[in-house]
Design a protein around this ligand. Sequence first.
Ligand code: AMP
Ligand code: ZN
Length: 114
Amino acid sequence: MADCLFCSIVEGKIPAAKVYEDEWCVAFRDIKPQAPLHVLIVPRKHIPTLNDLTADDAELVGRLLLAAQEIARQENVAEAGYRTVFNCNAAAGQMVFHIHLHLLGGRNLGWPPG
Ligand code: AMP
Ligand code: ZN
């Protein structure tokens, strides 16, 4: 989609520190990390928010979580623990309107989140 930051990263038009990619998604380090490990797992398909998912996207969402599992292993946080988060719309602080799964790790993560 034109004018979408994450579509531009997926298409390689804007650089990012990629850590993983497959046929479903591209994953790269967050530019403003909130933990020692902070990766964004972004589907190749443009979907603005979680509210826009349909049943056709069921496999895509599962694939994002499998990518998170793989990256957590690769980055050595799988055993210690990590968190995955989708922010949806304003109250959750969504800033980029192309869904992305945050993968956070490398420190103790407080609960409840802010
Ligand atoms: P959200 O608030 O859930 O929409 O998260 C958007 C995330 O994208 C934030 O954590 C930003 O720091 C991150 N971000 C914004 N621009 C970039 C970029 N060019 N490369 C990597 N991460 C980015
Ligand atoms: Zn997009």
